[in-house]
Design a protein around this ligand. Sequence first.
Ligand code: ADP
Length: 435
Amino acid sequence: MYKPWSVEIWRLAGALLAGLIIGGLLGAVAWCLFAAVLVYLGWQAYQLRRVYEWIRSGKRSDPIIASGIWDGLVYELHRLHQRSRRRKKKIAKLIRRFHESSAAMPDATVILGQTLEIEWFNGAAIELLELRLPQDIGRRITNLLRHPSFLAYIERGDYREAVEFPAGPDHQRQLNARLVPYGNKQFLLSVRDVTRLYRLEKMRRDFVANVSHELRTPLTVISGYLESLSDDPELDAQWQHSLAVMRSQSDRMQRLLEDLLTLARLETHENEQAPRHALDIPHLLDQVLADTAWLTEERQQALCVDIDRGLWLKGASSELHSAFANLLSNAARYTPNGGRISVRWYADEKGAHFEVEDTGIGIAAQHIPRLTERFYRVESGRSRDSGGTGLGLAIVKHVLGRHEASLRIESTLGKGSRFICDFKPERVIVQDLAA
Ligand code: ADP
């Protein structure tokens, strides 16, 4: 194997030996050794200069022929150069492929820098977001996509979920956007056109709302006749019983229609926040408790109430009334006779909390994540028998969503459950009761 270092050592040794022999012959060993070292250094300087010129010329793919250690150095430099060229080629190919695949994607893809300035975007972004090349490169995305929902999403800084907002002239397009942080403080904005899905969803919502609305009037008429018929004292026992069953079923249908309409109304404004009216929640809770008192009284349940009277909230009164009443009626309906129900309304550093705790049948852990789905019931028989529509917790979830609040459910099977509504401090108003 070629070893440049040993060649170099041999060369130096050869120069010194030559100096020694010639010095011996001439009788001036020291001078000749000195001259040999000088010649050797001069030769090294010449090689160094050649290598330096070669590096400077930038023709590293075309190596020069040097000698000794310099040849080794040229060889290593050339190898490094070749390797970095290969790597560069590979990276360039990868980038080209990425650009080609992103350009072919039907979703708009925008690469954003640290301050959300546009670095690159694909063809779909030109069509979907109306971005212009090259004028919009370097501009902040928030200066170009200005819908309040998108701006609020960016402001929030929590990009785990996507955001939907209308776009285009007359807002005829519905977009779904998601920001994905990656690398060194860079972001990838992916935007999909979900107009078709949105229209389908709207059609479904409108259909349910319209059917519920249309069924309301005939059902009211039927209920009215059933009521007046059952008031007839001459009716025999058989008919009395049949009419009672019919009335209870028509009541159930009415409750179902009311819940469906409430849900449809909430879903229509799903992406909007609830209004921020100052609400006297303790007063609202007094009403809720009065409205549901018959349920707990009928079941001889002990009701324990602890309400912070100075704690108000910014929100929509009818929506919160409906949510709190649903939780309370659930607690009563899923707690056996003689059980205990506690209602609390209090605040801490995390915000305000409405809590309903019962000593009822409880819920197995696997059901808890699905309870807020429409018509999800742990035991449908029990739910129906107790007058449930299967929509109560779905309504609660929507109401809380519109109030930027969340629902926590803790439960132990056979022991009882606790439903907690957590409201953010921004929605809380603390009244000075002494004033
Ligand atoms: P429903 O009208 O059937 O009560 P909800 O949406 O209010 O519908 O509740 C969904 C399901 O969650 C109920 O069917 C019931 O199985 C369960 N659930 C709700 N609240 C309680 C509770 N306090 N204790 C036990 N189970 C409950």
